[in-house]
Structures are given as C-alpha cells and as structure tokens.
Write a protein that binds this ligand. Structure first.
Ligand code: BGC
Length: 431
C-alpha cells in the first residue's frame, strides 16, 4: 500500500513537471502542449518525459541545415542551446576584412597585388561551420551563390583563381586596388572521421605553405583549435595573422603574439543555459527563471545582449563578441563563469538532481578546454550532479553505449557526433 501511494505521488510529480514545462514557454498553447505531451507519454516510459537539452550541435539535416523539429519537440521540456551562428559568422568575416583594411601597407607579403588567404573548414555538415565559411566569403567578397545561399563547399587548391565555389574579389584600400583570393580551403577531417581536427589543419598548412607559402597573407579558420594548430605550425613564425573562433584561452593569449583575432561565442552564457533549462524543468518553474527573469538568488541574463530565444525553434542562442588586439585582455580566462549568473541556488527549492551529459569528442579543443570546465563550474552553482561522458568524435554508438541506464538520471544533455542523429538518443529514452 505504501508502495502504491509512493508510485502515485511520483506519477503526479512527473506529470506536474511535464505540465509546468508545457505552460512555461510564452506561446505554450494548450492544444500544442497537449498534443506533444501525449506523444511523449504514448511513445515511451518515464525517461521520455524527462528534461532534455541538445547543445552545440543542433538537431538538423546535415546536408540542408533544416532543423529536426521532431527532436527539438521531443517532449515539453526539450530545448536546444547554442549561439547565433549567423551573427557570429558575420562578425568573424568583418573582423578579417577590418584587419586587412587597417594593415593595407604590410598585408600583401610578396607584393603581387593579391591578398591570399587559406581557410580551414571544420565540418561540412555542421551549421556553425557552414555559417562561418559563408560569413568570411561574404565579407571578403569571395563567395559565390549556389541555390540561394553562399556556397560553403571547400575549394581545394585555388592558387590560380579558377575554382568555381569561390571567386576572386577586388578591394580598394587607400587608393590601391587589390585582388582577394581564397588560395585553398578544405574540411579538416582525419582518416578516422573526426571533424574540426586540429592536427589535420596543422598538416594542411604544412602542405600549403610548402607549395605557395609566400602567397599566403592571412589564415582563417572555422575555430581556434584548428587556427592555433596552423598558427603554431607556420603562421606565427611567418608573421601571418590567423583568425579563429571560440575565444579559447590559448588563442586569446596568442593575440599578444600575432594571432589576428577570434570570436567569443559566449560559452559562459551557453554552458549556463545548457544546465539552467534542465534545472528549471526539474524544479517545475517557468523556463525563463534565471534567464530573462531574475531567480531568487538574483541570476539573470539580458535578452538581446547575452542571448536570444526562438520559441518556434525551441532554441536559445548566445550572442557573439569579436575579440581582437583592442579588447582581448577582457577575455583571458574562457572558463570563468559569467558574473550575471554566478549565484548559488538554494538547495531547498532546487535540490540535487542527476544529469547525464556527453561531449561528442573528448579532444575537441573548444568543448574540452572551454565548455566543459564552464559546465563544471555551473553544475555546482545549480546543484546538479552531472556525469560527463566523453565521446571519440567519430561514432554515435561510442556515446550511446554509455547511456545504458537512463532511469538512473533525472535529465539529459546531449552533444551529438552528427546533427542528423538525434533519434539514436531519443530511441533509447523511449524504450
Ligand atoms: C565550435 C567548434 C567545435 C564545434 C564542435 C563549434 O561551435 O566553435 O570549435 O569544434 O562546435 O561541435
């Protein structure tokens, strides 16, 4: 009898958590929340109603970029946390162009009138990577339109300017006309299949510089992991400015030694949001608590400055900031919690809960040196006991094999290897 009563109480508690989740979004209408609620309850057991957050790799079609709304609406407490890829990509492109303009007198190292750059591409099926490639090509004028958007395909080697996925641009700087050319670009994927691979980028700059090194005036990378690898392997010694993305601490420090600049994707905001949306669902409070609305401890972000939220996409996007020689001193520690959301929650209203969280590739520079340390700082503040699972960056099963007993956990945070693979995880939660 006691057991039955406990079970009934748990069932009510679970129901109320999912119902609070329904009403928490500003447009959570009864009909839509009602139908997604019933999908969740008919298609799985208790695990399928637990809070779930996708982060860093947004469930989407890796060829078209179309969002996987089934995964994003898995249950009423499902969200994605990432950052605004287009806003950041534009900033990155602009940062490179500004640098070129400001350094016109010295930028063209061999004086041939062509400002040549090489580009390291992270993952041709990852929307962050695609956006950054486009942002750089758009700002420099080297992009070519293909099916309504700037082509983000790798150009291979293009020292003669004949590639079709990019074009030569011309720019007038202080009365001199230069050509800007993407000399080479490739996806940095290693032979085992890991993308955004820093070692591959280090090898690529070795190959490129050996055959046309004097033509390379600028190095650009979809992220700092690859950017720093190219900087350390060649660009630093040759005084060639290198631009990355992520504002990892080592890259920010390298700005003092000639690294051109990077973009902070506000990982301190993203890591907080990743755990905060779970915390709110677990506490049965409005999802905006401690986000757009101050919580009892006084944690609050600023919408439009720190992040934006798309109700339709069930997604929180942190906003980006350019980090250059002008302001890098403010970004030297990428693992420091964001002041605005650094206050400890009270364990009586937010009791300890257990979270399963994976990082798709334990050797990804950004995720391991910036994102995870931040998560580890916030999990204490939010009273969450998180199990961190590090994947090999190659196969989903390497990670899903370690989600053998989802019933042990109260909530899940998932970073997929491939953005198409959400169902590899949700099918486990539905069993
Ligand atoms: C980061 C990359 C990272 C990738 C992993 C991106 O948002 O900028 O550095 O490798 O996420 O998914």
């Amino acid at each position: 009898m006691k057991k039955n009563k406990l079970f009934a109480m748990l069932a009510v508690a679970a129901l109320s958590v999912s119902m609070v989740g329904c009403g928490s979004g500003s447009t959570g209408s009864t009909s839509s929340s009602g139908s997604s609620g019933s999908t969740a309850s008919t298609s799985g057991g208790a695990n399928s109603t637990k809070p779930l957050v996708w982060f860093n790799r947004q469930p989407s079609n890796s060829s078209t970029g179309e969002l996987d709304m089934t995964a994003l609406n898995f249950n009423d407490s499902t969200y994605y946390v990432g950052f605004d890829a287009n806003q950041g990509a534009e900033l990155q492109g602009q940062m490179v162009m500004d640098y070129i303009k400001a350094n016109a007198a010295t930028i063209d190292r061999n004086g041939d009138g062509v400002i040549g750059y090489v580009l390291a591409i992270g993952d041709i099926g990852h929307n962050d990577s695609i956006a950054r490639t486009r942002g750089v090509r758009d700002a420099l004028g080297t992009g070519v339109e293909s099916s309504g958007a700037t082509d983000a395909s790798p150009a291979g080697t293009n020292t003669d300017g004949s590639a079709t996925v990019v074009q030569d641009a011309t720019v007038d700087i202080d009365g001199t006309t230069y050509t800007i050319r993407e000399l080479a670009s490739q996806e940095m994927k290693n032979s085992a299949g890991a993308t955004w691979d820093a070692a591959t980028a280090g090898n690529a700059i070795g190959t490129w510089s050996a055959s046309f090194g004097d033509e390379i005036d600028v190095v650009v990378s979809n992220n700092d992991g690859m950017g720093m690898s190219m900087f350390n392997a060649w660009a630093k010694d040759n005084k060639v400015p290198t631009f990355g993305y992520d504002a990892n601490s080592d890259a920010v420090a390298a700005i003092a030694e000639g690294y051109g600049g990077t973009i902070s994707q506000h990982a301190d905001v993203q890591a907080y949001l990743t755990l905060r949306v779970l915390r709110n669902a677990l506490d049965g409070v409005d999802v905006d608590t401690g986000i757009g609305t101050a919580d009892e401890a006084g944690n609050q972000l600023e919408e439009g400055v720190d992040y934006r939220y798309s109700e339709e996409e069930r997604s929180y996007y942190a906003l980006n900031v350019a980090v250059t020689a002008d302001n890098y001193q403010d970004f030297t520690d990428s693992t420091k919690v964001y002041d605005k959301v650094s206050k400890q929650l009270d364990s009586s209203s937010s009791p300890e809960k257990k979270v399963w969280l994976d990082i798709y590739n334990a050797s990804d520079n950004f995720l391991s040196s910036t994102y995870q340390p931040l998560l580890e700082n916030y999990d204490d503040l939010l009273n969450l006991n998180v199990d961190y699972i590090g994947g090999d960056g190659q196969t989903e099963s390497n990670i899903t094999n370690r989600l053998g007993n989802p019933s042990e956990y109260d909530a899940f945070a998932i970073n997929m290897v491939k953005t198409d693979n959400a169902s590899s995880y949700t099918s486990i939660l539905q069993q």
